[in-house]
Design a protein around this ligand. Structure first.
Ligand SMILES: *Cc1c(COP(=O)(O)O)cnc(C)c1O
Ligand code: SF4
Length: 449
């Protein structure tokens, strides 16, 4: 195919070889390298040549998303790294500094590790997370890398080889065994990293068994991926693309839904010929595409951008699904948008689109107790409040029961909120603490073994 780019990855190691980078000031490049010591990055030839508007660098949103920026670290962390790097300390000492800073950036928010990993007969199933009754998350070990290392992403620790933190599994049989025994599960979400960095044949090995008997309760296979935005050729060019689309067709033929959960952060990512072509091919395989993104300062913190993104997605046959709050990890303060601002942006963008795009729910926080939806800001009995509800809960009984937090203009995460009206606790809090204690106990017991 003539439009096919040769895939080339750009990281801290070789980004200086890019002609577009060469024209940037040396001081900027040095800063990028220092930040990259802690927050690794990766871009590629498509992102660099088709998505980034280099006239607009460093403010270009896709540049900001895929390349590091000085502002992503606190002055304190930045200076420590700079000093360590320039003072010729030994390799071990440098690595110790890097590790320490990473640990201070909350690499595993929302109790990712201990709370969600199922334990069977005292044995942890490392590549599986089962938090909400109907949905199992699976992290194939070959998919633990990504098309990019977005610094707002809670998955970034997985790319840095931090020992013991990899949530990974090579065992497709483990997944099948688990699902066979959990009839309450209706859908499996393949996630990562990005599962589509795997070869199609490996993905097939994980998915195909779930199409056979014993898995009648699994009606949907979801794949969460950034590939449409960052490497659409995954679906349009060569044998790998063909094999992947045949696999999607196979899922449809087995009478199940293949739901493609596409990460799009900005309308620019929907504008190229390659992505439009890829969307068409995926849809004609019988799969449907749902879209999600966090709301991020410097990238998409305006109603106009979101309205344009949702409208374009609907026009291309994709279904807007979630607007997330960025997690409290990595470069959170750089990308931080307050709950108030996110809600105002969501509301305004939502008011600009037709019902076709109003499938989107947001802003949503994927927090430890569940997926918390910000419904509105209001005033009741003289008190300004946030109105919230669970879309998913660790306990499904919490779902869709409105609850109220005192308004706080600075708040950007659930943990910044307190109950309104002088109440001591949110209605779900005692229950959650009890559930969390049970899970923690299991996990700790396991660690003792
Ligand atoms: C978001 C999420 C899911 C899927 O939730 P849906 O509302 O069904 O899209 C499943 N597991 C975890 C841990 C999640 O964060
Ligand atoms: S999983 Fe998505 S958000 Fe996270 S680093 Fe990869 S591409 Fe970025």
């Amino acid at each position: 195919m003539s439009e096919l780019y040769e895939y080339k990855a750009y990281t801290a190691r070789n980004f200086r070889s890019l002609p577009q980078i060469r024209q940037l000031p040396e001081s900027l490049k040095k800063e990028m390298e220092i930040v990259a010591m802690v927050l690794p990055f990766k871009s590629n030839s498509y992102v660099v040549n088709e998505l980034i508007d280099w006239e607009n660098v460093p403010d270009d949103p896709i540049f900001r998303l895929t390349f590091p920026d000085r502002g992503m670290l606190s002055d304190h962390h930045f200076d420590r790294l700079k000093t360590a790097r320039e003072s010729n300390t030994g390799k071990n000492q440098l690595e110790a500094v890097i590790h320490e800073i990473r640990m201070e950036l909350n690499p595993h928010p929302a109790g990712q590790l201990a709370l969600n990993i199922p334990v069977i007969n005292g044995k942890k199933l490392e590549g599986i997370q089962h938090k909400y009754r109907e949905t199992v998350l699976f992290f194939p070990s070959q998919g633990q890398t990504c098309h990019a290392y977005c610094t707002f992403c809670f998955r970034w620790p997985q790319f840095t080889g931090m020992e013991g933190m990899k949530i990974a599994s090579a065992e497709s049989r483990q997944l099948a065994d688990y699902l066979r025994n959990h009839r309450e599960v209706t859908n499996v979400l393949f996630t990562g990293g990005d599962p589509l960095v795997m070869k199609s044949s490996i993905l097939n090995k994980y998915i195909s068994p779930l199409l056979g008997s014993g898995f009648e309760h699994i009606h949907t296979i979801r794949i969460g991926s950034k590939a449409l935005a960052y490497w659409p050729y995954r679906f349009t060019a060569g044998q790998e693309a063909d094999d992947l689309l045949r696999l999607f067709e196979k899922v449809a033929k087995a009478g199940k839904q293949l739901a493609f959960m596409a990460h799009f952060n900005h309308p620019v990512e929907l504008g190229t010929k390659a992505v439009k072509n890829a969307i068409k091919l995926i849809r004609s395989s019988g799969a449907e595409i749902r879209t999600q993104s966090p709301i991020l300062r410097h990238i998409n913190d305006s109603a106009k951008i979101w309205a344009r993104m949702w409208r374009t997605q609907s026009r291309l046959g994709c279904i807007p699904y979630y607007m997330f709050m960025a997690r409290d990890t990595g470069a959170k303060s750089y990308f931080n948008v307050t709950i108030e601002k996110a809600y105002e942006i969501y509301r305004e963008a939502y008011s600009k689109v037709s019902g076709m795009s109003k499938t989107v729910r947001g802003p949503v926080m994927s927090a430890s107790p569940g997926k918390v939806h910000i419904l509105g800001i209001s005033e009741i009995a003289g008190e300004k409040i946030f109105i919230l509800q669970f879309i998913q809960g660790r306990n499904p009984d919490w779902v869709r029961r409105p609850f109220f937090a005192g308004f706080n203009a600075e708040a950007s995460w659930l943990t910044d909120l307190y109950p309104a009206f002088g109440e001591e606790k949110f209605f779900w809090q005692d229950d959650f603490e009890k559930l969390a204690r049970i899970k923690m106990h299991q996990a700790v017991k396991q660690e003792d073994d």
